[in-house]
Design a protein. Sequence first.
Length: 82
Amino acid sequence: MHSEHEKQPLPISKKALITLFDYLDGEANSCDCTLTKTTQFLQAKGHPVGQVVSWLEAHGGYCDCEVMLNLMCRFDDILDRD
Ligand SMILES: [Zn+2]
């Protein structure tokens, strides 16, 4: 289910999300087609994992490398309401 034109509120701060991208940038080259590294990172930082994951999935991030591919480059577009 893609709902790209729905602007879901970002469940964590923009800064926290950028920190996630930075982390994945170093880690996701060994992506196993799950959100394992993303969820581990979120847990370690004490973020609401379920909410962030459903937000990422709503924007096409279904695994660690897709989070990078589909969200990182379109970040400004996705968050244009800020
Ligand atoms: Zn992947």
